[in-house]
Design a protein around this ligand. Structure first.
Ligand code: PLP
Length: 464
């Protein structure tokens, strides 16, 4: 037994010991090996509302919202109680074949009542990646049942993030994620241009840019054949690919193309659902699209339990169910997990009872407006997003929008500087990304804007 293991066995590791245990034994997602070996990880000990405390007792306002997920804020006793009650009553029961449980059945019905159009069918997963994986299979299954067995190609966009499993990561295409050590499914997946108005070609209006993007999709269909393309995947606002709000009318036009060609439209609302934009789902309420399938996770339980869901239309169900003798041979042990589903039901109840969609809309508008003030800073090219989903893009030259050199590492340095001042923001490439809990208040928003400004100024001075 090492000295550390002995301390662990004794039950009272000090903060420094926790840091060391993690540094020696953990492999974190997306962590740079070099800096991890040297610096280890920040050990978070507790959370309440929008705040986190580390193991040394320092407090941070978590403007990251976990990872786009702690929509209710942390430390809620009613959530803890609902989870504990369900764990005591029925901690687990599978939902394979013809068994179900009360929270899973109730949550499926509740999601059907909140989802747009005839999206009345729910398949539970363990998170967002597995919901996207399952949606790809649903495309293949549905098209095959319609007698369109060759309609299997999938279309998505550059810079999209749809998860980290083999298939969901192949559907997504964030530049930094594609590494030569891994394999990706290449055949039968097409990526269209990222609909980022800030980076549209020089001299092109936003309307013309939208026309260009729509034409690109139509060209792809003409080239590959509508009879070969089964589904189109889109985050309504691309989240970790850069909080990209597409040009006005873009999503609806892409949806209309899908409908014309019997291509299923899959809205990946893992981030945008459950209040982040002030609505249950963004597809219909913000973008006037009624998808065939919605994938969701994160805010569904507000991070209190891992859970994802694929919500799909009656029309798809009817095609698949017709003729009877078929099996959807896809599913996960923890699908419809009763404790996770109880957390989902309680999350939705709290959002309803406490008017959190309205709060997200009101404070979210203030959040974006307040942060847009940072565009006056020399390092900031654009602040974009919608309501409680915002990012700051740093540039080397504001006029030409030229990015900073990769080695500048400025967004990580900004997030480190903010962290030292009690604020968590997330660095991604040359962006600092934020998605705070829906319960954030205006004074807390002021703190975020003021602290982030100080952090950006500090790093700008160091860069000169
Ligand atoms: N889809 C989107 C849009 C996401 O942002 C994410 C995660 O950030 C995922 C899917 C994957 O979700 P998970 O990490 O729960 O598997």
């Amino acid at each position: 037994m090492t000295g550390l293991d002995a301390k662990f066995a004794a039950g009272q590791p000090a903060p420094q010991d926790l840091w060391e245990m993690d540094r020696r034994h953990a492999l974190h997602p997306w962590t740079n090996f070099g800096s991890f070996e040297k610096d280890g990880a920040l050990v978070i000990a507790r959370g309440e509302g929008c705040y986190l405390w580390d193991a040394e007792g320092r407090r941070y306002l978590d403007a990251v919202g976990g990872l786009w997920c702690t929509n209710l804020g942390l430390g809620r006793k009613d959530m803890a109680q609902a989870i504990a009650d369900q764990a005591e009553r029925l901690a687990f029961s599978n939902t394979f074949v013809d068994v179900t449980n009360e929270p899973s059945a109730r949550l499926a019905a509740k999601l059907a009542s909140l989802a747009p159009g005839d999206l009345n069918r729910v398949h539970f997963t363990t998170g967002g990646s597995t919901a996207v994986d399952t949606a790809a299979r649903l495309v293949w299954y549905y098209q095959s049942c319609r007698g369109q067995r060759q309609k299997t190609d999938l279309v998505a966009r550059e810079h999209s993030y749809h998860g980290s499993t083999y298939l969901s990561q192949s559907v997504g295409k964030r530049p930094g994620d594609r590494v030569e050590e891994f394999r990706y499914m290449e055949a039968g997946i097409h990526h269209l241009s990222v609909p980022n108005p800030y980076r549209r070609p020089e001299g092109m209006s936003e309307e013309a840019f939208c026309d260009f993007l729509v034409a690109e999709f139509e060209d792809l269909i003409a080239r590959v054949g509508a009879d070969r393309i089964g589904g189109f995947f889109a985050e309504p606002i691309q989240a970790s690919g850069g909080v990209i709000v597409p040009p006005k009318g873009y999503l609806r036009r892409m949806w209309e193309i899908c409908r014309r060609h019997d291509i299923l439209f899959i809205a990946d609302e893992v981030v945008t659902a459950f209040g982040r934009l002030g609505h249950w789902f963004a597809s219909e309420d913000v973008f006037e699209v009624i998808p065939d399938v919605i994938t969701c996770a994160k805010g569904l339980t507000s991070g209190y339990q891992p859970l994802g869901a694929m919500i799909f239309s009656d029309r798809i169900w009817e095609v698949m169910a017709e003729g009877g003798e078929r099996w959807f041979t896809s599913g996960l042990t923890y699908a419809g997990h009763p404790v996770a589903c109880a957390a989902g039901l309680k999350t939705i109840e709290i959002i309803e009872n406490e008017g959190l969609l309205a709060n997200a809309a009101e404070v979210g508008d203030y959040f974006l407006e307040r942060l847009q003030g940072l565009e006056a800073l020399p390092l900031v090219g654009q602040v974009r997003g919608q309501r409680l989903m915002v990012c700051v893009e740093n540039v080397g030259n504001k006029d030409s929008k030229e990015p900073l050199p990769d080695g500048a590492n400025e967004s990580k340095r900004i997030s480190d500087a903010a962290e030292a001042m009690g604020l968590m923001v997330r660095p991604i490439g040359h962006l600092n990304v934020m998605s705070p809990p829906l319960v954030i208040t205006k004074p807390q928003v002021d703190f975020v804007a003021e602290t982030l400004e100080k952090a950006i100024r500090k790093v700008t001075d160091e860069l000169v």
